[in-house]
Design a protein around this ligand. Sequence first.
Ligand SMILES: [Zn+2]
Length: 498
Amino acid sequence: MTRFLNIKTGLVLILMSVFALASRAECKPVIIPIPAQMDVTEGVYVPLEKITVNCDDAAAAGWVKNHLQEWYGDNAPQVKGGKTPSGMNNDEEYTLAIDEKGVVLAAKTIKGVRWGLYSLRQVAMAKRHTLTVNGYIVPKMTVKDAPKSEFRGMHICWFKETRAWEVERLIRLAAYYKMNYAVIESWGTFRSEKAPWYGWPDSDMTKAEIARLKGIADDLGITLIPQLNVFGHASGSRGSGGKHAILDISPEYQSLFEPLAGWNWCLTNPESRKVLITLLAELHEAFGNPPFIHIGGDEAAEPSCPECCSRPYSEILLELLSAIDKAINEMGARPMMWHDMLLEHGDPRWKGFYDHGTKETAKAALTLPKDIIICDWYYGDEKPAYPTLSYFQELGYSVLTCPWINTGMRGQIKYAQAHGMYGVLATLWNHHYGDELVSMYCQSSCLMWYGDDPAIPSRQNNFYNHLRQMGWDMKLKDHMQFGIYRYDVPTEVLNPHF
Ligand SMILES: [Zn+2]
């Protein structure tokens, strides 16, 4: 019996080795997010020397040329322009055809051209047998690709300790993974000129820095959306830490906030509303007048001042949000907000989902302006259905599903796509490092774009390559700016109680 098992095991091992030689996963090109269709001639690589960009957009070939020069310098391939082939209807679709004659990249608009070039960059590798780079090779393959979700975003938090280069790298990576929006949330970090007392005085999020990031984002094909919390989270700091970005340093502004920890803005104080609209307008302008502004709205507390306690909070909330919606519309934009305060906690319909509202705040969902984009966050396991997403959609809102580091990301995104929702806003919160960073970018981008998240061979190592390419583009030089942690030994390990 033992002998039989050994022979059988040996045979299996031999068969596995043959299989591994024939189709070693590491030798196959990987594109993240996974393309809709990709056919590779296995084992055949051709020199990357010529690219034809077939796109009616006059700026497309020039954009390709500039970026190839940036990435490959003297080894950049030659670029030739051409017309969009017939039959291309989606602004973001593209095709790639790579063979011995060269590369042909076709798209209807520059949007598709960008996504196509990012795919090409991911599969290009330095020629072998040289000490230093002397040209690039690419696999013989064809790609036909288009996104499943229209809105594909990453929500990025700009904390006090977040450095501008970190935000830039996250924006660049989101574009590289074919996301078309990035929400940048100020955690008390926006350096307002209109209200200089707002936020931590020495944060990195200056108007000059925002303008620089916007320039990069526009060029890479991703739109930056500012976020300022107009309801709860008014402290601009994490609730668990007890800091307050305004009150800790400027106690003279106490009347703008609810007395209990200053967590909510005081919604009945007309000065709070004025300040919020001023800050939103200033942010909107600083971000170059994008089509959306995120106004937060999650995890607010019960009111604690006599005026806010004296009337139904739903009325007060509705007045504030309607005024802010009107002001944002006048800026030429639409508000986006988190969903949870618009669901009554304990309502059996939302069991297993996130509902932080009261009967009062939940009433606002019925009467709020329907141009608001509802960002419905869900961080749990996969569910057979997502009643909160459907509820807001049936009320007439555009709805985004918003996953975090949960295992159920796949279900909620597939549900949103199957039910014709607007798209996906993935969130990082304070996990913009480590394995969760890898997972959020790789898995969410595949789901948003490809519509599923099958196992990606060597996902972690492919991600490291991509992160390194972003570092090259940014000309980073410091040890702490590379990889997925600032330090070789992560501070969480050195200081587990942090
Ligand atoms: Zn109040």
